[in-house]
Design a protein around this ligand. Structure first.
Ligand code: PMP
Length: 312
């Protein structure tokens, strides 16, 4: 369960956590009209640092644009708001959740005259699939649910409504005893997990589905592409047939929540040696050393959060 913090950012001002409420007839409640982000702030020796804050702010702006949502806040405004919010709430490490939604006005599907509300909340958060999964690997399945087809719900937008599909995938996996489900796209190629991108390794080479395979353009995915290049590991963005999963040497998920989590079985078929493989481990180590500030921030991914000075 999430532990409330003191303040939430609303349309440019801080309000109390308890006051961040919307009306039940807000457009978003009936029609899922929201776009949002999920961002991690890590504790480092130099203080808290937000991972790729600008890239997340940019994706939020992009998601709003796709849905004709007139977001009044710029990438710079949003990035500054993330920093101020973590600082005001005095957190050392946390998860940050910006949400842009269509609010209370008219109740028709056409959102004319419906106000846009922007909220940013943050709270302390641990490991998503549990700390053991980061080392041992997760047991996952291929979902019977297909990811949204192109021309239905746009996958490049991180929209609330997409997570109805994600919920189906995640709940089905859960009732069947798996940690997560991998969805295929509408052509039957591997797409992504309910909340993470996927990388498949065979013979020292890495494959990941392209953006056209109904995947979210993950910020962690992009970071893995850059980390792999820096380690001289070849990555190809290519369509991945389902059975390539079963014969892979290694597979891992990546995303803000799961960070870099190995997969040790798919549909009860053991992947490689059935535990975290060597390439996954090299990438995972480099990822954690950067985000936790124990290695130089060679890509400029961390935004430091200054300590909050209380106004008396
Ligand atoms: N795919 C989906 C469906 C997601 O929800 C997420 C999490 N935002 C990801 C991929 C990974 O994206 P990111 O690395 O930006 O968190």
């Amino acid at each position: 369960m999430l532990t409330p913090t003191d303040k939430i950012w609303h349309n440019g001002k801080f309000i109390k956590w308890e006051d961040a409420k919307i009306h039940v007839l807000s457009h978003v409640v009936s029609y899922g009209s929201s776009v949002f982000e999920g961002i991690r702030c890590y504790e480092t020796k130099q203080g808290p640092a937000i991972f790729r804050a600008r890239e997340h702010a940019r994706r939020l702006v992009d998601s709003a644009k796709i849905y004709r949502i007139d977001l009044k806040h710029s990438i710079d405004d949003l990035t500054n708001a993330f920093v101020e919010l973590v600082s005001v709430n005095n957190l050392r490490s946390c998860y940050i959740r910006p949400i842009v939604l269509r609010g209370y006005g008219d109740v028709g599907v056409l959102p004319k005259g419906v106000p846009i509300e922007t909220y940013i909340a943050c709270w302390e958060w641990g490991k998503y699939l549990g700390p053991e999964a980061l080392e041992q690997g997760a047991d996952v399945c291929v979902s019977s649910w297909t990811r949204m087809a192109p021309n239905t719900l746009p996958a490049l937008a991180k929209a609330g409504a997409n997570y109805m599909n994600s919920q189906l995938i995640r709940m089905e996996a859960d009732v069947n005893g798996y940690a997560e489900g991998i969805a295929l796209d509408s052509s039957g190629y591997v797409s992504e997990g309910s909340g993470e991108n996927i990388f498949i390794i065979r013979d020292g080479k890495i494959l990941t589905p392209p953006l056209g395979a109904s995947v979210l353009p993950g910020i962690t995915r992009d970071s893995i592409l850059k980390i792999a290049a820096s380690l001289d590991i070849q990555v190809v963005e290519s369509l991945v047939p389902r059975e390539a999963l079963y014969i892979a040497d290694e597979i891992f998920f990546c995303g803000t929540a799961v960070e870099v989590t190995p997969i040790r079985s798919v549909d009860k078929i053991k992947i490689g040696a059935g535990k975290r493989g060597p390439i996954t481990e090299r990438i995972q180590k480099k990822f954690f050393s950067i985000v936790e500030g124990t290695a130089p921030d060679e890509f400029g991914w961390l935004t430091p959060v200054p300590a909050h000075v209380a106004v008396v």
